[in-house]
Design a protein around this ligand. Structure first.
Ligand code: MG
Length: 303
């Protein structure tokens, strides 16, 4: 039964029946039969990874245990719930994990947790979101290195462990009640921040926008409830942040709706939802991990 797992509930039922038949007859469903999974919804939880194989080809795949079931489908198809498997299985350990999406924009919400707003001199319990953008050039994958800028530019680079959502379909002026329908899934984010620059500059662009200041991944998880996810950040193995999205002062559907009144959200766009308290400086040689319940652990090295 473990072999059968497709996104569409109806197809899942059909394939399960087929699997029972096959198993009864001594047969197995091969992964090459994981094809043409056309989903009406992404309610079942799936772990979607983007990676580079040994031949340096880039794919998406669905993770089960230590195995990736490789997809022919690209992001646009996946976002529409179309999962075409190509029959190849690879081990997670044998590939290089890449950033899970290539967004047109990374929208970051600040001070959505009162504790973090207070510790950084921000405003707690805002009625409207405080936001900024990170460039795509800031994004790095799991296991990659956060490069500290030269000391004459900043000497206070801090971690911020966050949950980020990935948009699945284009939307403008999205109603709050429809907002979660626009979400493909959730991933882990580290909103790396040059704290001295976010304090000195009139805008956050420089303090948030250095190359490598946006670790994201390792994968996207669909079909989970984002409103009660534990976020734990460790620095060199020591817990420095221990929060939960349940502590957010603004609701996620409100954030999506609100930003969509300003800019069209496109498939693959990332909305980082803000950091709990415990943000602290990092130095060269450090290892930072952000772990979010039901999603996974994002680990990066600091140099
Ligand atoms: Mg942040």
């Amino acid at each position: 039964m473990e072999k059968v797992r497709v996104v569409n509930t109806i197809e899942s039922v059909l394939l399960n029946e087929q699997n029972l038949l096959d198993t009864a007859c001594g047969g197995m469903i091969s992964s090459s039969e994981r094809i043409n999974g056309v989903s009406a919804s992404l309610e079942d939880s799936q772990k979607l990874v983007r990676y580079q194989d040994k031949d340096e080809k880039i794919y998406y795949g669905v993770i089960e245990g230590d195995t990736i079931f490789q997809l022919e489908s690209g992001f646009a198809e996946i976002a529409q719930g179309v999962f075409n498997y190509d029959g190849v299985e690879v081990l997670l350990n044998d590939v290089k994990i890449l950033i899970p999406v290539e967004p047109t924009k990374v929208v970051n919400f600040g001070w959505t947790f009162a504790g973090h707003a207070k510790e950084t001199g921000g405003t707690a319990n805002l009625k409207e979101p405080f936001l900024f953008l990170k460039p795509q050039s800031a994004l790095i994958a799991d296991q990659e290195t956060i490069c500290l800028p030269p000391i004459d530019l900043t000497n206070k680079v801090e971690l911020e462990g966050e949950v980020a959502l990935v948009i699945g379909k284009s939307g403008k002026n999205i109603k709050e009640e429809d907002a979660l329908d626009y979400v493909l899934g959730y991933t882990v984010f580290n909103d790396v921040t040059a704290r001295d620059l976010t304090k000195s500059d009139p805008q956050f662009t420089r303090g948030k926008g250095f190359d490598t200041f946006g670790p994201i991944g390792p994968w996207i998880v669909t079909g989970i409830d984002p409103t009660n996810l534990k976020i734990v950040t460790t620095l060199n193995g020591k817990v420095v942040q221990d929060g939960n999205t349940a502590q957010m002062s603004l609701r996620i559907p409100f954030l999506i709706s609100w930003i969509s009144k300003v800019m069209t959200l496109e498939p693959g766009d990332v909305l980082a939802l803000g950091s709990p308290s415990g943000s602290c400086p990092m130095k060269s040689g450090d290892v930072v991990s952000v772990e979010v319940e039901h999603i996974g652990k994002l680990t990066n090295y600091v140099k």
